[in-house]
Ligand binder design. Structure first.
Ligand code: HEC
Length: 226
């Protein structure tokens, strides 16, 4: 008799817990975390919330907390990447580093057909909207003045300065932006920016190196690599 009582009490307790966990907060709430170390990883993960009582992005707090600002260690290159652009952004526009950038050479060797096709694709996706598929500065955003863009983007093939612009200086402007044109450092990796510059150069008069292949790009560099 006593055992039955204990058993039925136990059963009711189990049911009660079951129901409350199902019905609380409309079933959308996952409930209280009673073992946070199991629910939330203590490892540093990209985009994950970092406990500010343990981690700091301020180098001055480094001794007291774990210093981690999620940027790669200076001088390191990710596998398959190219070295970062060596010049920092000028404080003003067109000053020392913009001039010095003329000396920076494109670290990528001449592109093969498939790479050039990929560079063309990247140009059309990122730059063509303003500079146009023909690189004539008349992309859909400008459309001969009919589009919403307030000024004509530079004609990359006919502009007397840009058509002769050294690759390093183009890289400077594509990396840090130039007046109304924004920076493309977040959209295109260093390698991709140099690829696009190879493509732009190949389209400029006197530089027809490799004709861009009409075939589908063989290497999609925007695809995630493992
Ligand atoms: C939103 C429109 C827009 C897009 C997109 C854009 N540009 Fe530009 N670009 C401009 C404008 C406007 C200028 C003229 C800036 C100035 O000199 O005032 C310019 C200037 C340039 C110049 C000359 C820079 C200099 O130092 O004088 C180059 C080279 C260039 N763009 C290349 C690119 C490349 C490559 C891309 C794609 C990665 C790109 N642009 C995307 C609008 C754009």
């Amino acid at each position: 008799m006593r055992t039955t009582k204990i058993l039925s009490f136990g059963l009711m307790a189990l049911l009660a817990t079951g129901f409350t966990s199902c019905f609380r907060a409309g079933g959308h709430n996952t409930g209280t975390v009673y073992m946070p170390d199991m629910a939330y990883s203590r490892a540093v993960e990209t985009y994950a919330y970092r406990d500010s009582s343990k981690f700091t992005t301020d180098a001055n707090d480094a001794g007291f907390k774990i210093y981690y600002d999620a940027t790669p260690v200076a001088g390191t290159i990710k596998r398959g990447g190219v070295s970062v652009f060596p010049l920092t952004k000028d404080a003003g526009s067109d000053t020392a580093n913009y001039v010095a950038s003329k000396q920076v050479v494109n670290p990528l060797p001449a592109l093969n057909e498939a790479e050039m096709a990929e560079a063309k694709r990247l140009y059309n996706v990122n730059c063509g909207i303003c500079h146009g598929e023909k690189l004539d500065g008349n992309g859909p955003l400008y459309k001969g003045g009919e589009g919403p863009y307030p000024i004509a983007p530079k004609n990359l093939v006919a502009d007397p300065v840009v058509s002769k612009m050294p690759e390093g200086q183009m890289m400077y402007s594509v990396t840090y932006g130039k007046n109304l044109m924004g920076s493309y450092a977040a959209q295109l990796s260093t390698r991709q920016r140099w690829m696009v510059i190879h493509y732009v150069k190949s389209m400029q008069p006197g530089n027809q190196l490799t004709a861009p292949a009409a075939t589908a790009p063989a290497a999609d560099t925007t695809k995630k690599t493992k």
